[in-house]
Design a protein around this ligand. Structure first.
Ligand code: FES
Ligand code: FES
Length: 175
């Protein structure tokens, strides 16, 4: 047997046997302070969905191109698939579950229902979190602004007109 191959295999087995290093992380998620241990490569999206069971936040492309994973970090909309969780120590995260719940809907959630602003619903949590981020930014004044400033949130069902109707309704009420 080739010696180099034998050594490589032995090294690989030693590396595989090592415990995976995790780092401490403190986040406030939907108003609750969470002390966590995470692997350095874990994205916020995987942390939310796989470790904290907050599956309202969706994984679409996993590459920052669809907006399905949009959450609010300190009130600003961010694609959770692009953020390493360990880079967010001390941050305040709001997911769709933190915006509202059945029986206590956020105005955007209610408006999406009233305006029939979804079909399959896969993009909807990201659309709603993005809409809240857009409202927080205070730059959108009309339908054109809403369509443009939410262009990073893809809806494969093409519900864009109704989504803009829903967001505009809340935007105008809060103006
Ligand atoms: S899953 Fe994050 S942008 Fe598509
Ligand atoms: S409602 Fe189906 S992707 Fe938007």
């Amino acid at each position: 047997m080739n010696d180099a191959v034998t050594i490589d295999r032995a090294s690989a087995m030693r590396v595989a046997a090592r415990p995976i290093a995790t780092l401490p992380l403190s986040l406030t998620i939907n108003g609750e302070v969470r002390a966590l241990q995470v692997e350095p490569w874990t994205t916020l999206l995987d942390l939310l969905r796989d470790k904290l069971d907050l599956t309202g936040t969706k994984k679409g492309c996993d590459h920052g191109q669809c907006g399905a994973c949009t959450v609010l970090i300190d009130g600003r909309r961010i694609n959770a698939c692009l953020k390493l969780a360990v880079s967010l120590d001390g941050a305040e995260i709001t997911t769709i579950e933190g915006l509202g719940q059945p029986g206590e809907l956020h105005p955007l959630q209610a408006a999406f229902i009233d305006h029939d602003a979804f079909q399959c619903g896969y993009c909807t949590p990201g659309q709603i979190c993005s809409a809240q981020g857009l409202i927080n930014e205070g730059r959108a004044k009309d339908r054109q602004d809403v369509r443009e400033q939410m262009s990073g949130n893809i809806c494969r069902c093409g519900a864009y007109t109704n989504i803009a109707d829903a967001v505009l309704e809340v935007l105008e009420k809060q103006a």
